[in-house]
Design a protein around this ligand. Structure first.
Ligand SMILES: Cc1cc2nc3c(=O)[nH]c(=O)nc-3n(C[C@H](O)[C@H](O)[C@H](O)COP(=O)(O)OP(=O)(O)OC[C@H]3O[C@@H](n4cnc5c(N)ncnc54)[C@H](O)[C@@H]3O)c2cc1C
Length: 288
């Protein structure tokens, strides 16, 4: 139940699918060829360049930019810096005009609550509510199996929370529910790497906030690939990496202790316990 709210007029909302389609159109109009559903299987040095093997053939490139998010990085050493954490979303059937009027969401603002575990919710163009967030799940061994996109218990919990937020919607149906993996790193913001003789740049670690930030991430990675010294490449966050994650089972244990500590802080009016204070001191997590 919300007791108050803050409105930030400087926040813009975008439709990430339209953004991706628009970027693809812009790139193609400049002569870029896009090959969807073509998995890169490996990258290796080849002469003065880089050879990328795919299921359909081999590509020789002078330079490569890897932006593969929570998927296993083709650069093995970077796998210690990213864990895939799963986030889930439900979407209701379209609200009737009466339901819409009842909940009073007339400004169609993007909404979020502000705990360590937070929900985000939006009205779609056809007046459905997209409601997601709260629990973030890590599965042992950095599992990114597609079956993880479905999590009935999490969907039921989100439905319960949706009704706590909007009790008058009792009886509304969820028509869609899905999850996706988030490229989480220990400082919860992007990091960069330049390797293989300066020919392969990587950027990842956006930790669920990458729709806008990945544009900055890509520009910075291109600067690195071009060997440019720019305001971006001089930033401390670009020059330094977060702490890597330990191997299993320590990785799962650490992540699950952190999840429990976030939940405890939320129950305790945001007061951070020893574990979270220790993380803050070490530069780990959202407050790093
Ligand atoms: C449920 C959910 C809700 C989210 N909500 C928000 C939000 O409200 N705001 C926000 O800013 N962010 C949000 N995010 C995070 C946001 O989606 C990411 O931060 C952003 O998409 C990262 O962009 P990217 O280009 O780095 O990676 P992606 O958009 O994930 O693109 C990576 C691409 O690399 C491809 N790929 C991976 N491995 C290979 C390979 N070996 N060969 C070829 N291709 C490969 C993948 O198929 C994918 O297409 C959310 C994420 C989830 C899962």
């Amino acid at each position: 139940m919300a007791r108050g709210a803050l409105f930030d007029p400087d926040v813009a909302m975008i439709d990430p699918a339209k953004l991706a389609w628009g970027l693809a159109d812009a790139a193609e109009s400049l002569g870029v060829r896009i090959h969807e559903n073509t998995r890169a299987l490996s990258i290796d040095r080849s002469g003065n360049g880089i050879r990328v093997k795919t299921g359909y053939g081999t590509i020789d490139a002078a330079k490569v930019l890897l932006a593969t998010s929570a998927s296993k990085s083709l650069r093995r050493k970077l796998r210690h810096w990213i864990v895939p954490v799963w986030d889930y979303v439900i979407m209701t059937e379209p609200l009737t005009s009466a339901q819409l009027a009842d909940i009073g969401w007339s400004g169609r603002e993007g909404l979020a609550d502000s705990g360590n575990r937070f929900h985000y919710f939006r009205l779609t163009a056809d007046n459905r509510i997209l409601f997601g967030g709260w629990d973030a799940h890590y599965f042992y061994g950095s599992d990114t199996d597609p079956r993880r996109t479905q999590h009935p218990e999490e969907f039921a919990l989100l439905a319960e929370h949706l009704l706590q937020m909007f009790p008058s919607l009792e009886g509304i149906r969820a028509t869609h529910a899905w999850g996706g993996s988030i490229d989480t790193c220990s400082r919860f913001s992007a990091f960069w790497d330049l390797g293989m003789n300066g020919r392969v740049a990587s950027v990842a670690g956006f930790t669920g906030l990458g729709v806008g930030a990945s544009h900055f991430g890509a520009r910075t990675a291109l600067d690195l690939l071009d060997g440019k010294d720019t305001e971006r490449t001089r930033l401390k966050m670009v020059r330094t990496k977060p702490l890597p994650f330990p191997p299993e089972p320590l990785k799962s244990i650490g992540i699950n202790i952190t999840r429990a500590a976030f939940a405890r802080a939320d129950r305790n009016e945001g007061r951070r316990g020893l574990w979270l204070k220790g993380m803050d001191a070490l530069g780990l997590g959202f407050d790093s």
